[in-house]
Ligand binder design. Structure first.
Ligand code: GH3
Ligand code: MG
Ligand code: MG
Ligand code: MG
Ligand code: MG
Length: 299
């Protein structure tokens, strides 16, 4: 494990680092609290730190206090190591945010055991975070295409609309892209190839968007695009790019090239439309695009 130590006393630091390296830890040495804090602020900060209490510039407890106020979901495990061995000091250290406390002179075996406790907690925390992140991803993404799911794209639209209301007129448009006669794709090539087309299709739309646009699978073969910060005049151009990207060349699949076209209904935010009004207007435009012969955009 990578361990940060902060110790101003050279002899103690060398001894501590030596013990840790002997039990196979990777040691980052700092000589004062300020340097330790800088290391702990880095994105790749070690998960465990052993901090001397008494140090020049910034003492160990101050480091603990400052680290605890940093916004992170991976707080480091902090062990205070100091000559202050009174009960009141121990209480103050733990109250101040330290996870553990070891009085000097320490026993190397005890130090190793306490690091092991820390390692177990760090591992549990990492497992918990991974599970939480996986659940959050599952709750907001479509498993087939990996795009935002219906709920997430609706959330995104609600957020963008409230932003637009505050900072009008940045320009905001919503487009519904629906694959034309997709039932026929399934009927001709089978459902699995249909799935493959949906995935490829998602990647093509994605590659034609800007980093701050949103793309979600609304359901079936319907996709929703949210484009904030867009000039009215550019809206048609953007969706024209979609249309061409899809219809210019067939989609390659295991079963061969599958030609598809899409119809797009677009609504540009104008006054105070809410999520429902925006989607309803885009859907009406989509219906017009279908009725007018498909493979086209209606605004
Ligand atoms: P239109 O041009 O009017 O949109 O015709 P369409 O056939 O695309 O529209 P329709 O709504 O009649 O049919 C949509 C089809 O999309 C039917 C359904 O089986 C298919 N579909 C929906 N979800 C999936 C999916 O996850 N995978 C596959 N392969 N097909 C899907
Ligand atoms: Mg000291
Ligand atoms: Mg339909
Ligand atoms: Mg369709
Ligand atoms: Mg449809």
């Amino acid at each position: 494990m990578r361990i940060l130590i902060a110790e101003d006393d050279l002899t103690s630091r060398v001894a501590l680092a030596g013990i840790l390296r002997k039990i196979d830890h990777d040691v980052i040495e700092t000589v004062n609290g300020a340097d330790a804090l800088e290391v702990l602020k880095r994105p790749d900060a070690p998960a465990l730190a052993i901090l001397d209490w008494m140090m020049p510039q910034m003492d160990g407890m101050e480091v603990v206090r400052r680290v605890r106020s940093l916004p992170t979901d991976r707080p480091p495990y902090l062990i205070m190591l100091t000559a202050k061995g009174e009960k009141a000091d121990i209480v103050a250290g733990l109250d101040g945010g330290a996870d553990d406390y070891l009085a000097k002179p320490f026993d190397p075996g005890e130090l190793g055991a306490r690091i092991e406790v820390g390692r177990r907690l760090i591992e549990m925390q990492a497992q918990f975070l991974a599970a939480r992140n996986a659940l959050a991803h599952e709750a907001t993404h479509d498993p087939l295409t990996g795009l935002l799911n219906r709920r997430a794209i609706l959330d995104a639209l609600a957020r963008q609309l409230s932003r637009e209301r505050r900072r009008h007129p940045d320009g905001l448009a919503v487009g519904i892209c629906d694959i034309d006669h997709f039932k026929l794709v399934n009927d001709t090539y089978g459902h699995l190839v249909g799935d493959e087309v949906l995935c490829r299709f998602a990647r093509i739309l994605e590659s034609n968007l800007r980093p701050y646009d949103f793309l979600g699978r609304f359901g079936g073969e319907e996709f929703v695009v949210i484009t904030p910060l867009i000039e009215h005049l550019n809206v048609r151009m953007l969706y024209q790019r979609f249309l061409s990207a899809i219809s210019d060349r067939p989609i390659p699949t295991k079963a061969g090239q599958v030609p598809v076209t899409i119809s797009i209904g677009v609504k540009i935010w104008s006054a105070d439309e809410d999520v429902d009004a925006m989607l309803m207007a885009a859907d009406r435009a989509l219906y017009r695009a279908k009725s007018a012969g498909r493979n086209r955009i209606c605004l």
